[in-house]
Design a binder for this molecule. Structure first.
Ligand code: PGA
Length: 249
């Protein structure tokens, strides 16, 4: 039985003054059925982990470097995230693929580094609008999964987030049938590569314009094990409503 997961991606938002939102969330949801994680900007990981210590809300990173240490100005190693309390790290987000030209091979190296540091990788895959219009969605996602997920993926080190690029921050979401088609495809692809047991345990999140108003509908889709939530994770009231919908699903 897969435990549902609500992961918040604060992206490049949040100052120390915003840590109160995370604390409010943890206070309002002391014992959620779902696992709950917030991935704030790197500057807030340590203070957020300290403020959420002992609560049901975990903390994660939004990226890590592929190597453990060295001359990489501005980068952060996976072990550094773990050192300050992160247990998860988002990898291969489409914004990083676009802004930092991250390739599937580069992302795979980061996943390996995350695992070595004991972190759970939340690996993002998803098609662009031209991909979908051109009928290439499943091919693009297969290629991303094959290229960015190394051997050794299992339920306790890997989460896959299906995030159609055209749905991120746009208010648009795929139909339930479209989400279901991709999630079934992902589950099959995982089973072929990693075996039925791993594939049954690895959680598949949907991400892209998840909000309180559409959460219940999305969480009712078979094979959706939770959500990666951007904008709606910034406020305790919105993210809390999404967590409640996930708990009820
Ligand atoms: P959004 O972002 O919920 O603001 O669309 C989701 C994401 O990019 O993870």
């Amino acid at each position: 039985m897969r435990r549902k997961l609500a992961a918040g991606n604060w992206k490049m938002n949040g100052l120390t003054a915003d840590l109160g939102e995370a604390e409010t969330l943890a206070t309002r949801h002391p014992d959620p059925r779902s696992e709950v994680v917030i991935c704030p900007p790197a500057t807030l990981i340590a203070p957020m982990a300290a403020r959420l210590a002992g609560s049901a809300v975990g903390v994660g990173g939004q990226d890590c470097h592929a190597v453990a240490s060295g001359a990489h100005t501005g980068d952060i190693a996976a072990a550094m995230l773990a050192d300050v309390g992160a247990r998860h790290v988002i990898l291969g987000h489409s914004e990083r693929r676009a802004d930092h030209h991250e390739t599937d091979a580069a992302i795979a190296a980061k996943v390996t580094a995350a695992w070595a540091a004991g972190l759970t990788a939340i690996l993002c895959v998803g098609e662009t609008e031209p991909d979908r219009d051109g009928g290439r969605t499943l091919d693009v996602i297969t290629a991303q999964l094959d290229g960015a997920l190394p051997e050794g993926a299992q339920a306790d080190n890997t989460v896959i987030a299906y995030e159609p690029v055209w749905a991120i921050g746009t208010g648009r979401t795929p139909s339930a049938a479209q989400i279901r088609e991709v999630h079934i495809h992902l589950r099959d692809a995982l089973a072929r590569r990693f075996g039925a047991i791993a594939a049954e345990g690895i959680r598949l999140l949907y991400g892209g314009s998840v909000k309180p108003a559409n959460a219940a509908e999305i969480f009712a889709i078979a094979d959706v094990d939770g959500a990666l939530v951007g904008g709606a994770s910034l406020k305790a009231s919105d993210f809390g409503a999404i967590i409640a919908a996930l708990d009820a699903a």
